[in-house]
Design a binder for this molecule. Structure first.
Ligand SMILES: [Zn+2]
Length: 148
């Protein structure tokens, strides 16, 4: 993933269906962190997610971290670009609160795109917590999620 000049994002827009796909990925992977890639378009300062691809978590300790194999990432990226979609960011799950870990923060500084984190543990809640973040201008921002 090369560093890009990305705008400061005001909103992340996604459908209920895409949101549900990420929740299902988070819940079915538990206690392992689910992870995957977000694709779509950037329209002014809005990020519009059109598709997600869940990937295997290749981390050595996948209950506390995630890692996407670069070769697999490249393959997924190529397919998406052929469909005219841009790479927008990453989603992954945490068993507890959907706040970035210190490890996440280090990678957010390197990849200042959209990071969606989903809480995977709470099975009683119909809609688990899901948050979007962007590291921008030396700070972490919550980005508003708009479900359509
Ligand atoms: Zn994390």
């Amino acid at each position: 993933m090369l560093a890009m000049f990305l705008p400061f994002f005001k909103e992340v827009v996604l459908t209920k269906n895409i949101q549900q796909k990420m929740i299902d990925a988070a819940r079915s992977s538990y206690p392992i962190e689910a992870c995957g890639v977000l694709f779509g378009h950037i329209d002014n300062e809005k990020v519009i997610i059109k598709d997600i691809v869940e990937t295997e978590n290749s981390a050595d300790n996948p209950t506390v971290r995630f890692y996407i194999d670069p070769e697999l990432f490249y393959k997924i990226l190529t397919t998406a670009e052929e469909q005219g979609l841009e790479f927008l960011g990453i989603f992954h799950s945490h068993p507890a609160q959907p706040n970035p870990s210190n490890w996440d923060l280090e990678y957010m500084k390197l990849h200042q795109n959209v990071w969606i984190i989903i809480q995977s543990l709470n099975r009683e809640e119909k809609k688990p917590k899901m948050m979007a973040f962007q590291w921008y201008d030396e700070k972490l921002f919550d980005v508003k999620l708009k479900i359509t």
